[in-house]
Design a binder for this molecule. Structure first.
Ligand SMILES: Nc1nc2c(ncn2[C@@H]2O[C@H](COP(=O)(O)OP(=O)(O)OP(=O)(O)O)[C@@H](O)[C@H]2O)c(=O)[nH]1
Ligand SMILES: [Mg+2]
Length: 383
């Protein structure tokens, strides 16, 4: 009831920031929060969903790592230790969680004596207890959050109670880098669904891919396919972003103009490049072991032919359905940040609110892509 009443005068918006490990998600979350503060969209909050994150640079408004600390508190209470349970009491605790808590408590206590040991605390404890690796443990934590969604809901409502009279809440969600969370695992999808259905959030996925991938045609094609998988799975309005643009020039030269990678209009152009990079290593001495014996070829003509056909089929789908395009971004470039913010605003149908005018002004340049090209890109044919 309270949620519904709040919704009447408060719009709830958000970005789900996802992408492969190291794509720049946490840095972007920091950047977008700072950018929003600068354009007077101050009611923005970063939600850290990555239990393995070490030191995030942004101000964390809600932190999934606190969910486990909360449980530590519950565990302590059952052990007759005087603690302040606060507002986060969670009712159901299964056996596995209790053992997890024991480990968390020990690590938590150790951290009180040595603050420098706060490294991957929560996933490490899950890893130890469940025998899962780092990826499995992160997924475990996401399932745990899904089960305790009410904790997240309470945290959001608490933030809103602290800013009464505000017309909107803008959530920036920093996701873990495990792509399976956004391609086939269900927990994040369910969390998103509940944010939408129970709190009325309007959400947009911002999918980051390192712009370095443009340097290798097969990696770039894989990024497009990944973007499509994410789009299909989490079913939100979707903005793809090529991140770390400022590093691109140092890393290498592009075969095509930046616009080619951003618009994905003629991706069949990648096929020739992929073909030549696949065949460039073929020679008489390829695939020989130390004794000079001929090994079974790793990439036979037949395999190459199959992959060529598969790549061509991907390119046909990408072009025919016109599903994917990218914005390009250097997180320190306010015009790039404004372009991403504008695209997200459009996707969410958000206009006339705090910051929209400033964002519009920053995006007014007609030669934006050309300027990016000049500033950040080297072409192979210019070498
Ligand atoms: N030069 C430059 N470096 C960046 C940019 N974005 C991120 N980085 C750097 O790239 C590295 C990874 O960035 P993160 O923001 O931690 O990436 P992430 O996607 O959150 O990584 P995971 O959470 O581990 O998946 C860090 O060293 C950042 O400083 C950028 O726009 N420009
Ligand atoms: Mg991160």
């Amino acid at each position: 009831m309270e949620d519904v009443q709040q919704q009447k005068h408060r719009r709830r918006l958000g970005q789900i920031v996802c992408g492969p490990p190291g794509a720049g998600k946490s840095t972007y979350c920091d950047g977008v929060s700072q950018f929003f503060n600068a354009v007077e969209r101050k009611s923005n909050y970063v939600l850290n969903l990555d239990p393995a994150s070490e030191n995030v640079s942004y101000d964390v408004a809600i932190d999934v790592r606190d969910l486990i600390d909360v449980e530590v508190s519950v565990y302590r209470r059952t052990n007759q230790v005087k603690i302040n349970l606060g507002r986060h009491l969670i009712s159901s605790i299964d056996r596995l969680v209790i053992t997890l808590l024991n480990l968390s408590t020990r690590i938590h206590e150790r951290n009180h004596t040595n603050t420098h040991t706060h490294t991957h605390t929560h996933t490490q404890s899950v890893m130890k207890e469940t025998g899962l690796g780092p990826n499995g443990s992160t997924i475990y934590c996401m399932e745990y959050l899904e089960k305790n969604f009410d904790w997240l809901k309470d945290e959001i409502l608490e933030l809103e109670r602290n800013t009464p009279g505000e017309s909107y809440t803008y959530l920036i969600v920093d996701c873990p880098g495990q792509v399976e969370l956004v391609t086939h695992h269900e927990s994040l999808e369910k969390i998103i669904k509940r944010l939408k259905e129970e709190l009325g959030f309007e959400l947009c996925a911002v999918h980051l891919v390192d712009s370095n991938f443009c340097l290798e045609p097969s990696k770039f094609l894989s990024s497009i396919v990944l973007s499509i998988s994410v789009m299909l799975r989490i079913a939100l309005p979707h903005i793809n972003v090529l991140s770390k643009l400022d590093l691109l020039e140092k890393s290498g030269a592009l075969k095509f103009d930046l616009e080619f990678y951003m618009n994905c209009i003629d991706v069949r152009g990648l096929l020739e490049q992929i073909k030549s990079s696949n065949t460039s290593g073929d020679g008489d001495n390829d695939d020989l072991d130390d004794d000079g014996d001929k090994l079974k070829p790793i990439s036979s003509k037949q395999t190459r032919h199959t992959f060529t056909s598969l790549n061509k089929a991907f390119c046909d789908i990408i072009e025919d359905f016109n599903l994917v395009s990218f914005l390009a971004m250097n997180v320190e470039d306010k015009i790039c940040m404004a372009r991403v913010a504008q695209a997200v605003d459009k996707a969410l149908g958000y206009s006339g609110g705090p910051g929209t005018k400033q964002i519009e002004t920053l995006c007014s340049s007609k030669s934006f892509i050309h300027d990016l090209q000049e500033k950040y890109v080297r072409r192979t044919d210019a070498l």
